[in-house]
Write a protein that binds this ligand. Structure first.
Ligand code: URA
Length: 232
């Protein structure tokens, strides 16, 4: 691969930006200064920009603790987006794995691995997602079995069986294995309860990392990526 293409794909900058960086003498290959962008590099070569080794990963995987008030999108004219929160990744091929509502917080994955993302979202695989739900209204005793057999939304849509565990009169953990639009809010709404707070605490085998403050993110570990891949 050409040096300028490699650096650009590694997220150092656009093709023209990296050409400038190279011509300024900021780049070395195996500790030898190079100024030619067109030079071809080998997999075994060690490339440094300003003395820092550049590693090129084809796929990247992030876990974000999405804050309220941020939209699950790459671009938005008005609101801050989840993509904007991942500040150390510069390329434009990073996407959310599904979406959370603007007022929902919690675990959201972002990746440029389109196949894995597609599989995680596919209704074929029933990936479980658990939400911590705060709600108003009365949770009647019979509702547990309604969730467990399959809630019928107000528009007649039948949901798959879900798992619910009540924490107290106004909080519950709900696990669903599908991703209909506003699903949790609509499930509670169909039983005359209003969701007042919603946080996703797990996505498939991954739990929200409790060390991530709201708005913080980190890369998935190799074993977490492996756990996701093992689902398919
Ligand atoms: N269900 C909802 O209602 N909203 C979300 O953001 C996620 C699940």
């Amino acid at each position: 691969m050409r040096l300028d293409k490699y650096l650009s794909e590694a997220g150092i900058g656009s093709r023209s930006e990296v050409k400038k960086i190279i011509s300024k003498g900021h780049v070395t290959i195996n500790d030898l200064l190079v100024k030619d962008s067109k030079i071809n590099i080998l997999e075994s070569d060690v490339i440094k920009v300003l003395g820092n080794i550049v590693t090129y990963e084809k796929f990247v995987y992030y876990m974000l603790n999405k804050p309220k008030g941020v939209v699950s999108a790459s671009k938005d004219e008005v609101n801050q987006t989840t993509r904007q929160l991942i500040t150390d990744y510069k390329k434009d091929d990073l996407f959310n794995v599904g979406r959370l509502d603007k007022d929902t917080e919690g675990i959201l994955l972002l990746t440029n691995d389109g196949l894995l993302s597609h599989q995680l979202l596919s209704p074929k695989y029933h990936i479980e997602k658990t939400y911590h739900v705060e709600f108003r209204g009365d949770f009647l005793k019979t509702y547990c079995s309604s969730f467990e057999t399959g809630i019928i939304l107000n528009d007649g849509t039948v949901c798959k069986p879900a798992k619910i565990s009540l924490i107290n009169d106004h909080q519950a953990l709900l696990t669903i294995s599908e991703g209909k639009y506003h699903q949790v809010k609509r499930m509670f709404g169909s039983l005359n309860m209003g969701v007042t707070g919603l946080k996703r605490v797990s996505f498939g085998p991954l739990k929200l990392d409790s060390s991530l403050a709201s708005g913080e993110y980190r890369k998935l570990t190799p074993s977490e990526i492996q756990k996701l891949r093992m689902l398919f």
